[in-house]
Design a protein around this ligand. Sequence first.
Ligand code: RFL
Length: 392
Amino acid sequence: MRTQVGIVGAGPAGLMLSHMLHLEGIDSVIIERAGKEHVQARLRAGVLEQGTFEMMKELGLGERLAQRGLEQHALDFRFGGESHRLDFHQASGGRSAWVYPQHDVVTDLMNARTRAGGRMFFEAPVTRLEGVRDGRPVIHFEHEGKAQRLECDFIAGCDGFRGVCRDAIPADVIKVYDRVYPFGWLGMLADAPAPTSEITWGCHEDGFAMLSIRSPTVTRLYLQCEPDENPDNWSDDRIWSELHKRLDVPGMPPVNEGRITQKAVTAMRSFLAEPMQYGQLFLAGDAAHIVPPTGAKGLNSAMADVKVLGLAFVEHYKRGSGTWLARYSDTCLKRMWLVQRFSAGLCTMVHQFPGNSDFVRRLQRADLEYMTGTVPGRLQFAENFTGLPIGA
Ligand code: RFL
């Protein structure tokens, strides 16, 4: 089997890249380890930046997004027993964010690829890559009990943090930056209308909490917890009591309680691998970088990489120029370090770290007050949260 771009992974990065290439008449094949239903059902990120929203619309993926995406103009930071509403729409000169779950993004992309007859292999784990350095790349994978090979011009490693593509870059070439945080998020879905349509963060001395509307009848909720927490340790009563404590403030409607339908713990890390290219292999999305979910940047950063990579492939195939491909890693890393800075900075500002001194807690409060209470603080949050320019 042969294609122009072999794509490992059918997450948002792999699917979006395949879709972009198809619109430009460039052939690709996706090889995905998991089953199709599993990929579509995974509950993960939920907030789109302005740039991701526009990218989806421009690429013909805007229909359901327009119907179901919930435009956001402000984020409500709760600390010191008060609400501090940060209007990022106003601060950024009219940019927004959209609540639109990752599984809907994946469904839109999967439907588009299926309609176009895109070649996708599910339940097909990639076992190794060959020839990424000598210009004749081959993806080896298993499918229906048989060993298979896909020859291609380029390989896009869109196989997430635990994929195999990053390992094809030799240890003396790749440099990895990694920070693991001493806490995680207990994420819940509850059958209850959110008390407000705006994303709300509780920056409380007992730990972080977050609330976001998922649909008119469902709320997405998070609580800071131990990184290896067993979700079963959290009874519904304990969950609601912590959510009220960390999020409710006088003068604002309290958290609405309802039946908890999902409960899972996510660990938190900051991770970045440099370079994002080696020979004919290009890493994109979580395969190259992980951010703590505080800034809602994981999915959006995957989309930003893919936009740069897709355009670079177009430049190569349509205009015979390899300049953009050669610049891919530097272009993405420059933006990604700014995203890391924002995500790690916010994560550090709003969570309680074990052993934090009173001095550090007061500094966290001062950071929150500066960010929500000053024009430069609001501007900085607004331009990062709604998304930095891509490919600049
Ligand atoms: P994905 O979505 O992880 O997709 C990678 C795909 O590659 C497949 N794969 C392989 N396929 C073939 N052969 C192999 N050997 C393979 N190894 C792996 C996997 O099965 C998978 O389908 O990466 P992508 O496309 O880069 O997209 C990135 C986003 O998914 C990710 O950044 C966000 O979802 C991160 N994230 C969150 N981000 C937020 O902004 N807010 C959140 O609340 C949030 N929650 C989350 C998350 C990520 C999570 N994961 C990955 C543990 C919650 C979770 C549980």
